[in-house]
Design a protein around this ligand. Structure first.
Ligand SMILES: Cc1ncc(COP(=O)(O)O)c(C=O)c1O
Length: 374
């Protein structure tokens, strides 16, 4: 069987045409028409008023925190089961990440366990819509209102996802996205924050570009510490072409998931992420959790077998509470996170790229079924 990568970018629209335009016209840095066009088209896609393009999803999170005024000693509540960038971004701002275990069905932050982590130092709740499944944002926003907190959603993995009829990007004070090559929409490397708040938008623009004044001539006096998080016109050109076909790419990811669940239906010992019935999960990645007793083989045995058969896989994230970097940073890593442990010890990603064919998925599932022990 041909090698099936875990995820490949899908670049079949106007990407080449727009990049060619950048190169031919010489507009290759962050000046150039594609940056604004990408920001405007992505904001419109999300249904948000403002968007700020940046160099990746990690700095997008940092910029969101800085724009929201988060600084030294502030606490940022986030899921324990997430990609390390969520926690690192809080550290860049001098803040303290505070962890909450995952919901056993959606694998998002467990909303029942957030309130007990709120202290007088808490400034932000940072939910992550993991693998494309939106969080329970009404409950999160209600808590934020009660305790006067800011909500910054890490939607790095959930472009186009929908929660109770509203798009991700409109559900928090600020929403942050990644456009890394494996994301449903990609620019190679890239990120974006979107918001409906003019104030947060202007702050993000200001800090993103070295704190040059937004409305005054440049005199090269800088009143705050700023960052160069500017996305290039070339990356934005790719992004614009991707947004033009965003719904198509989203459907391709959703179809992948439907095929996996259809072909693996009834196979004992395999658990998928359970979507709530009021969301559209965009299935950035199809992850499965193996119960070694019911499946008859361990997760690691299955991964090794799939890899021998030419099927690429990836392990799921490990908990923030066991990250040596975050322990040294001073995060409170005590307590138990049983759902995170279950996911990271037994789960992995199956190939999930937009361009997978029905045949690809059928043959991957056949390998999984044939390998099952008794
Ligand atoms: C949940 C989450 N947050 C943040 C990021 C960081 O995005 P980037 O890789 O573009 O810096 C990722 C990237 O995979 C992610 O999955």
């Amino acid at each position: 069987m041909e090698f099936i990568p875990v995820c490949e970018p899908f670049l079949n629209g106007n990407e080449l045409k727009y990049v060619d335009d950048c190169l031919k016209t010489g507009w290759i840095s962050s000046s150039g028409k594609y940056v604004k066009a990408f920001e405007e088209s992505f904001a419109a896609y999300c249904g948000a008023r403002y968007a700020v393009g940046v160099t990746n999803g990690t700095v997008a999170l940092h910029l969101a925190l800085v724009a929201a005024g988060v600084g030294k000693g502030d606490e940022v509540i986030m899921p324990n089961f997430t990609m390390i960038a969520t926690a690192f971004a809080a550290c860049y701002a001098g803040a303290i990440p505070v962890f909450v275990d995952a919901d056993p069905q959606t694998w998002n932050i467990d909303i029942r366990k957030i309130e007990e982590k709120i202290t007088s130092r808490t400034k932000v709740i940072m939910p992550v819509s993991i693998f494309g499944h939106p969080c329970d944002m009404d409950e999160i926003n209600a808590l934020a209102q009660k305790y006067k907190l800011i909500v910054i959603e890490d939607a790095a993995e959930s472009h186009g996802a929908i929660y109770r009829g509203r798009k991700v990007g409109t559900l928090a004070n600020i929403t942050s996205f990644s456009f890394f090559a494996n994301k449903n929409l990609t620019t190679g490397e890239g990120g974006m924050i979107v918001t409906d708040s003019e104030e947060l938008y202007k702050k993000a623009l200001y800090f993103k570009n070295m704190c040059f004044p937004l409305d005054a001539p440049r005199n090269y006096l800088h009143h705050d510490i700023g960052f160069n998080y500017r996305i290039s016109n070339i990356h934005a050109a790719i992004g614009l072409a991707q947004v033009e076909r965003a719904d198509e790419y989203k459907e391709m990811r959703i179809t992948n998931h439907m095929l996996y669940t259809e072909f693996l239906y009834g196979v004992q010992g395999i658990t998928f992420q359970q979507s709530r019935d009021y969301v559209t999960n965009v299935f950035w990645m199809n992850s499965i959790i193996i119960d070694p007793v019911k499946y008859g083989k361990t997760r690691d045995q299955l991964i090794a077998h799939l890899n021998e058969c030419g099927v690429d896989t990836r392990l799921l994230f490990k908990g923030m509470n066991i990250q040596p970097s975050l322990v040294s940073y001073g995060c409170d890593c005590s307590g138990d996170y049983p759902v995170t442990d279950w996911l990271s010890e037994n789960g992995f990603y199956l190939p999930s790229g937009s361009a997978l064919t029905r045949d690809n998925i059928e043959s991957i599932c056949k390998i999984i079924i044939d390998y099952k022990g008794n």
